[in-house]
Each structure stands twice: as C-alpha cells, then as structure tokens.
Design a protein around this ligand. Structure first.
Ligand SMILES: CC(C)[C@H](C(=O)O)[C@@H](O)C(=O)O
Ligand code: SF4
Length: 391
C-alpha cells in the first residue's frame, strides 16, 4: 500500500545519499520541511576532511530547504533525539534512513528503516509503498529478576528467534514483563527488533507512554491497538523468570549465551552507550556498580543525547562514572559503527551495550560481546566478562 509518512529522518550517515537521490529526481522542494528530521550523530564531530565537507553540504541543503528540525553534532543519537522531541508517537508512521528506526515502536508507532533512495521518495512526496507485514505476537510473562535488565530480555528473545526468525514481520510485544519495562527499556527492546529481521517491533502504548509524551508530543496523536481477535502468524510466550543476564557473542547477534557461560573472558575495552543502551537509566545502572571503585580496563561512556548527559551531570551519575575512571565522549553513536571514538585494535575484545557485533564493525579484527549496561560495568571492574549479580 502507498502510505502517508508522518515523520521522516535521515542522519549525517544517510542524508548524503538521500539528498543526492532527491536531487537526481530533479526535485526542488521537500514535501513538508516540518516533518523531516536531520540529526548529526554517526560521525560527530566529523573525523576527516571528507566527512566534514559532506556534513557542510547537508547543513547548506537543510538551510535551503528550511528544515527546522536539524540537530547538530552533540545533540545525540537520532533514535534518542526523535523520542525526546516528541516525534515518536502512538499510531504514527515514522520512517528513518537507519535500520534501528524501529526503536520508535516503543511508543506504539509503526516505525521502520528504509534505504536512501526510498527516503528520497519520501522527502519528495511524503509517501512510500509498503508491503503490509504479517504480525507475530511475543508475550513475556512474569517479572525480571534482580540484576536482569531489558537488554537481557531483548538478547534472550533474539537468541530464541534467531537473526532471521521474524523477517519482515511486525512483532508485537505483550505480557507483564513488557508492561513493567520503563520507557527506556521498551526502547532497548524495540531498537533490536531489526536484529531478528523484523520490519518493526511494537509495544502497545499505555499510561507510561502517555506520561512520557505529555508536553512533548510534536503533534496530536491517536493510539492504535491490535484488534482483540487479531490473527497472528505465530504466538510465542516466554517466562521472564527463565532469563538470566545474557551476552551475544562474536560475530552474530543471535549467538546469545547466559553470561555465566562466557564469564572470565578477557576484556580490553568496555563501551556503554548507543541507541540501545545510552539512556539515563543505563548510565545510572553502570554508576551504581562503579560507585567508589575504579575500572580495570578502558571504559568509554557515551550518553545517548545532550539531555541525557545533562541529566546525568545533574543527578551525580556522571561524577560517579568519571571518578571510577571512565572516558566520556560526545553524545552520538561513538565507536558503535567503527568510525571513531574508540575502535578496536587487532584481536581486541570489547563488551559493548550496542546492538550489533558483526565481524569488523568496531575495527576489522575486534571481537564484540553485546551485553546490558550492568554486565558491561561489572566487566569493566574486573577486566573479564562478569555476571553483574555477583558484584
Ligand atoms: C549508518 C546506518 C545506515 C546504519 C543503520 O542503518 O543501522 C547504522 O546506524 C548502524 O547501526 O549500522
Ligand atoms: S548508535 Fe549504533 S546502532 Fe544506533 S544508530 Fe548509531 S551506529 Fe546505528
């Protein structure tokens, strides 16, 4: 179906190709500048003359087009900036030129990532053709145990489903363990829906969602829920009590194991941040583990946004982290994509709170273990992969 897009996002990494494709279409003006959002986050600040020049060209284009929602370097990661500024809304179709745009499903949006040429089409017309996905229902009953976090639940589900287990499906999340997740936790979960191949991941909006959106929503919205008799391709139910801290081992996101199976693995670097786990609550969990102690290995902490950084400064979290010896870098994607701010050397091992651990992602011969901020912080203290429940 041809659908009207409510908000469209392209960041510094994808806006270049999008704008080129847009120009090739011989389009002059975008369909609606107020519905386009351009955050600079992937290589921010620019690391080479080439990226600086490309960013300069996009800034000029943004000015020419009169796009008001431009977020400079340091404002944060697109998937944090959009929700903070109220563009991730229940019932809306939010499309980003970035695969983790499914994050906005945490607010009950239908949110998905597209390539640059599709995004150029949206910039030009405000519409895009979609094949309506089939739906998969995942229920997680019960309560997460102490020391087990949204990231563990997410990795557990990906481990069960596999990287292609939900290909082109809309995954709807239900159950007590899901509704008990904070907004940040729901974002972690929906962020990684793409890692099971899903077109989108959706948490039905509730009071927590509406509270978060109060005085924040960029436009009026109408929540959409599944029909009570909706037909699902598959319905899967899990028990939160079965979930222990999880780690996704190199080099595939579904290579998931309970942390105790890899405990003791030597670690060279810890990275806490990204659109998966760079939010205030993630930094607070890390700080609660690092408080009054010193990290044993280099540890990079990158808040997901300027707002997150400010909040972490204000409530003392940042001071605790800095006193523990962590390195703080500019809000943005950091080394997640292997561009800058902490890529790995040959054979080095990183425990990262990100969402992908493909070979070469953070440096061509590095090894990435994906984990929760708690596991990452516990591992930072010991220099080995460590179960946060014993710290
Ligand atoms: C650069 C961008 C196209 C890419 C994505 O789409 O996801 C990046 O954000 C990533 O996480 O790999
Ligand atoms: S933080 Fe990582 S996963 Fe998220 S948008 Fe940036 S590069 Fe992609």
């Amino acid at each position: 179906m041809l659908a009207d897009v409510d908000y469209a996002m392209a960041h510094d990494g994808t806006s270049v190709l999008t704008v080129n494709a847009f120009k090739e279409m011989e389009m002059e003006k975008v369909w609606d500048p107020s519905k386009i959002i351009i955050p600079f986050d992937h290589i921010a600040p620019a690391n080479t003359e080439t990226s600086a020049t490309l960013q300069k060209e996009i800034r000029e284009w943004v000015r020419e087009q009169g796009i008001p929602n431009f977020y400079e370097i340091g404002e944060g990661i697109c998937h944090q900036v959009l929700p903070e500024n109220g563009f991730a809304l229940p019932g809306k179709l939010v499309v980003g030129a970035d695969s983790h745009s499914c994050t906005y499903g945490a607010f009950g949006a239908f949110a998905t990532g597209v390539g640059a040429t599709d995004m150029a089409e949206i910039f030009a017309t405000g519409k895009l053709w979609f094949k309506v996905p089939e739906s998969l229902r995942m229920t997680v009953e019960g309560c997460l145990e102490k020391g087990v976090h949204a990231k563990d639940l997410t990795l557990y589900l990906i481990g069960k489903t596999g990287i292609a287990g939900a290909t082109y499906k809309a995954v709807e999340f239900y159950g007590n363990a899901i509704s008990e997740l904070s907004i940040a936790g729901r974002m972690t979960l929906c962020n990684m829906a793409i890692e099971m191949g899903a077109k989108t991941g959706i948490v039905p909006p509730d009071e927590k969602t509406f509270d978060f959106l109060k005085n924040r929503a960029a436009s009026p919205y109408e929540p959409v829920y599944a029909d009570p008799d909706a037909a699902y391709l598959e319905e899967l139910t899990y028990d939160a009590e079965d979930i222990e801290p999880q780690v996704a081992c190199p080099h595939q996101v579904d290579n998931v194991k309970p942390v105790e199976e890899v405990e003791g693995t030597h670690v060279d670097q810890v990275f806490i941040g990204t659109c998966t786990n760079g939010r205030l609550e993630d930094l607070e969990v890390a700080a609660s583990i690092l408080k009054g102690k010193k990290v044993a290995v280099r540890t990079i902490i990158i808040p997901a946004s300027r707002t997150t950084l400010l909040a972490a400064i204000e409530n003392g979290t940042m001071e605790t982290l800095l006193n523990a010896g962590v390195t703080l870098a500019t809000p943005g994607c950091g080394p997640c994509l292997g561009a800058h701010q902490g890529v790995l050397g040959e054979g080095e091992v990183c425990v990262s709170t990100a969402n992908r651990n493909f070979k070469g992602r953070m440096g061509k011969d590095g090894f990435i273990y994906l984990a929760s901020p708690a596991t990452a912080a516990a591992s930072a203290l010991t220099g080995e992969i460590t179960d946060p429940r014993i710290i």
